[in-house]
Design a protein. Structure first.
Length: 160
């Protein structure tokens, strides 16, 4: 079975030849594997034979991203989602959330305006057009293969 057949079989509650698989990696993982023998320029999905390909769309409020502090091996930053967080600087790790821009109803009403699409060309775009085109090319490429595509988005509710 190829990835598409495997996923479709599982979604029909039938038994595939093996469970469909996919994995996501922390920052630096792929680079480390490349030092251990994984060929450079080969996507982990291809190297490990994953059955799913994820495509992500940024549906965040697109707050300005900025580093607030670097100290004692940690980095504190504001993200495009509207939160302030801290994490280790040299390796990926779980984020320690410090605060969020959405502090109540009034703040949410202001954040919502960042999520609106408008046909008024005087309004700055809220969609990253370059990212959209990249995702469209990726979707076409994946569609021609036998790997199912699972779109996911990053928005005010987190990843989904």
């Amino acid at each position: 079975m190829n990835g598409r057949e495997r996923v479709q079989t599982a979604l029909r509650f039938e038994r595939p030849d093996q469970l469909p698989c996919h994995e996501s990696f922390w920052e630096g993982t792929v680079e480390r594997w490349q030092t251990q023998g994984m060929p450079a320029g080969v996507a982990p999905e291809d190297f490990f034979g994953f059955d799913l390909c994820f495509m992500s769309l940024d549906a965040s409020p697109r707050f300005e991203q900025k580093v607030l502090d670097r100290a004692e091996g940690y980095i504190t930053f504001e993200d495009r989602m509207g939160y302030t967080a801290r994490r280790t600087e040299s390796v990926s790790a779980t984020l320690h959330f410090l605060k969020h821009a959405n502090t109540g109803r009034a703040a949410w009403d202001e954040i919502k305006t960042r999520l609106s699409l408008s046909s008024d060309h005087s309004v700055p775009p809220q969609v990253d057009f370059d990212q959209y085109c990249w995702m469209l090319r990726l979707a076409r490429q994946v569609f021609e293969q036998s790997t199912p595509l699972s779109p996911c988005g990053r928005g005010v509710g987190g990843e989904g």
